[in-house]
Design a protein around this ligand. Structure first.
Ligand code: GLA
Length: 343
């Protein structure tokens, strides 16, 4: 039996660093991503070839040991899917992609979505619940890869719909499709050139600061906090909380702006999200600032850092009369992760 699965990257339109704070976000899946070809192997072994990197891994189906980098994803997914009762067989997997790693477009979620759907296909359980699968992919990233990320990326790539953004409420895990009618405006990403790596960046520090803020305020999550609460906290915790609160409000305003076809307002919201991420959440870098300024100079009505920050890509919203500059790539919502072929 042979399968092919595709996991897309994602762009988060707005709602950054809100996922692990029980907040709101509005991501969409993009066309670029990771493809995994798989076939059932003859023994109790899983072999994985990362073709773009020219690297291989091989590990026992029962009880894979932890490993570094991309190897942690395959090992973790095999272990966690088996733990969830999936009869993952011995397999040979080949991974290829056109999503640059470290570009902040969630090559990690693309990889784990493609790998997990290929493994589910080989196990004959491709109707596995998508939200539960997002939990499993997230656990792998947290516990096997060592990046204490939230569920934004996994839900975006596994649960979105073609042509639409996905409004996620991380408090209730409520999901709602939001049509992305841009009326001739265009969204474009630009790589800042500074690689981004959640496991190694200040991402885990930010997450720990939010946990500390909750402890000091006596709340379970920052969804329960108010601007007055933020004012009581020592610096920089107060600014971290303020970012989360204002960013949640901006997600709601962005949905309203899209409903009303008010793209200029959406642009202003991207700008204020960026200012908040730069000044209050402090996840920008000089390279990111240069990339944002480059998009604004080219006529973007709004531009901001996307993803975890500390490098990676920026996103700009261009009115119909402004062309994204050279090096920027126009992005639009594409289909979610899927098992694309079985034979
Ligand atoms: C990374 C993480 C996500 C999310 C974003 C910031 O992409 O993987 O879980 O926290 O950063 O919004």
């Amino acid at each position: 039996m042979q399968v092919r699965a595709h996991g897309p990257g994602r762009v988060n339109l707005i709602g950054e660093h809100t996922d692990y704070n029980a907040g709101l976000a509005l991501p969409f899946a993009i066309a670029r991503g990771v493809t995994v070809d798989g076939e059932i192997g003859d023994d109790e072994l899983v072999t994985v070839e990362a073709r773009d990197l020219g690297e291989r891994d091989s590990f026992p189906l029962a009880g894979p040991q932890p490993a570094e980098g991309w190897r942690a994803f395959a090992r973790g997914l095999v272990a966690e899917l088996r733990e969830a009762g999936v009869a993952v067989p011995g397999a040979r997997l080949v991974v290829e992609g056109d999503l640059p790693r470290g570009s902040g477009l969630s090559s990690s979620a693309a990889l784990s979505a493609a790998l997990s759907l290929a493994l589910l296909g080989l196990a004959g359980t491709e109707d596995f619940d998508r939200v539960e699968l997002a939990h499993i992919c997230s656990r792998v990233e947290n516990e096997w890869v060592g990046a204490h990320t939230g569920m934004l990326d996994q839900l975006a790539v596994l649960c979105s719909s073609d042509g639409r953004a996905l409004l996620i409420d991380f408090d209730s895990l409520g999901l709602r499709d939001v049509p992305l009618n841009l009326h001739g405006w265009r969204l474009a990403t630009l790589d800042s050139g500074a690689p981004h790596d959640n496991a190694a960046s200040g991402y885990n520090d930010r997450r720990a600061e939010c946990v500390l803020a909750c402890e000091l305020l006596g709340v379970m999550t920052l969804r329960e906090a108010s601007a007055a609460d933020a004012g009581q906290l020592p610096d920089p915790l107060g600014r971290r909380v303020l970012h989360v609160l204002t960013e949640n409000a901006r997600v709601n305003e962005a949905v309203e702006a899209l409903d009303a076809g008010d793209l200029a307002l959406l642009g202003r919201l991207l700008d204020s999200s960026h200012a908040s991420l730069r000044d209050d959440y402090e996840v920008s870098t000089p390279e990111v600032e240069r990339a944002v300024a480059f998009l604004k100079d080219a006529g973007a009505a709004g531009a901001r850092i996307i993803g975890g920050g500390f490098g990676g890509s920026v996103l700009g919203l261009f009115p119909p009369d402004a062309d994204p500059p050279e090096g920027a790539e126009v992005v639009s919502p594409g289909p979610p992760a899927a098992l694309v072929a079985t034979s």
